[in-house]
Write a protein that binds this ligand. Structure first.
Ligand code: NAG
Length: 423
């Protein structure tokens, strides 16, 4: 009888504590959470056939010298030179067929390590505009413009800019248009990049925004998106495609024409979380899946999506664990406190439990998957961008300590890169 009583006591106490955690008011997540069901992943057949697992043979460049080369952008004037964005805050230029690397910009200041993104800065999406200036989204610090000729760096959208009552917490990707406007994604207006598990389990708070440098104004085009990420304008700039990373889909947003201002689903059921979008040599869209969901396998995150009460409980527990470290760090200048806090709600902390798999898709402008490249190795994954340069497919990643690349078949070598003219 003693044991039964004891168990009952534990059960009642746990229920009361969880109930209190769930129902105390004035604690995040502040928005109400809705259940939803993600479209199941498309089967690995046809264009999604893994074929020879080409990515598994990736060569690792700059191994141990860099962390997290997230986005890849080719120089508009030198087609075999490209740029990438690193943990620690630097934007680097890579030349000599992937042999030479040089830091060319950094928006943050002195910091205590790669985990210290609020101080280091953490550039993610970069894209050259039609004047040859590099437009960059630093996840913590805002949108910047770099003029490499004059050396001038301009903060176009400040991190504290309030747009429609909210501040962007995670700037992600940019698409500069010919008319000077810059379309960009804000992955979260609730959480910083190192707290993205909060955004994952909480209420979607991401946005699609356009910035007009002539008026200095930001306009929200879409909101309540679940971690919007990569973005690319169509060749005629009459619409754009962007990734809704945590909902496994791509959206099409009309910029011009009779449907201007409206959006529709472009591709759903993606077998993973789409990150950056980049152009393939044929002018199609490379979609890098930073994490993969395998058809027919149980996905804990998709299960959580259907359970708002569990999500709320998980988010509150994470906040309860993180709070003392954030609080103490305000009064004691010990980097270790901020370092621990930066790991508690960090997606990077979950990497070891993700499937040992990676994938790059090539999607045409009708939203049809036409090709894919796979890796089934645990140390060759988490790819966030793909770009073919000089006969190699380079593979960016927010987390890897190397820049990956695979050699492409000869037929690809002779396709001219879409380099645009300046002026
Ligand atoms: C990856 O796929 C290749 C080709 O099918 C296979 O030979 C290899 O055993 C696989 N590796 C793992 C770790 O599953």
């Amino acid at each position: 009888m003693g044991l039964a009583k004891h168990l009952l006591r534990v059960f009642v106490d746990t229920t009361v504590i969880l109930g209190v955690i769930l129902f105390i008011p004035g604690f995040p997540p502040y928005n109400s959470l809705e259940p939803f069901t993600a479209t199941p992943p498309l089967p690995f057949e046809g264009a999604l056939d893994p074929k020879d697992y080409a990515l598994a043979k990736a060569e690792k460049l700059f191994e141990g010298e860099i962390v997290g080369p997230e986005c890849l952008e080719v120089s508009p004037v030198e087609p075999d030179v490209f740029y990438t964005t690193l943990q620690g805050g630097a934007i680097v230029k890579i030349s000599d067929n992937g042999k030479k690397m040089k830091a060319v910009a950094k928006f943050g200041e002195k910091c205590d390590g790669n985990w210290d993104g609020k101080n280091c800065g953490r550039p993610l999406g970069i894209h050259f505009n039609y004047k040859g200036q590099l437009i960059a989204a630093d996840s913590y610090l805002g949108i910047y413009q770099i003029d490499f000729e004059s050396g001038q760096v301009t903060n176009l959208v400040n991190k504290d800019t309030e747009v429609d009552g909210k501040v962007a917490k995670t700037f992600n990707s940019v698409a500069p248009a010919r008319n000077g406007k810059i379309y960009y994604t804000v992955s979260s207006t609730n959480y910083h990049l190192d707290e993205s598990v909060g955004e994952m389990l909480g209420a979607p708070s991401g946005r699609l925004v356009v910035f007009d440098p002539e008026t200095n104004e930001n306009k929200v085009l879409l909101e309540d998106l679940h971690f919007p990420n990569g973005i690319v304008l169509s060749p005629d700039e009459d619409y754009l495609i962007f990734a809704e990373c945590l909902r496994y889909r791509l959206h099409k947003y009309y910029v011009k024409g009779p449907k201007a201002g409206t959006s529709e689903i472009f591709l759903d059921g993606i077998p993973g979380s789409p990150d950056n979008l980049n152009l393939s040599p044929d002018g199609n869209i490379f979609v890098a899946l930073v994490s993969v969901r395998l058809p027919g396998e149980f996905n804990p995150l998709e299960f959580m999506y259907t359970q708002p009460l569990l999500r709320k409980l998980a988010v509150r527990l994470l906040h309860l664990v993180k709070f003392p470290f954030d609080f103490a760090a305000k009064y004691v200048d010990l980097p270790i406190l901020r370092k621990i806090a930066s790991h508690i709600m960090n997606f990077e902390t979950l990497l070891p439990v993700l499937p040992p798999y990676s994938m790059i898709l090539e999607v045409d402008w009708n939203g049809k998957i036409i090709n894919s490249w796979h890796s089934n190795l645990s140390d060759v994954r988490f790819f966030s961008d793909a770009k073919i340069i000089n006969g190699y497919m380079y593979l960016g990643s927010p987390y890897n300590d190397y820049l990956g690349r695979i050699k492409m078949p000869d037929s690809i070598h002779f396709v001219k890169q879409p380099v645009f003219s300046l002026g």
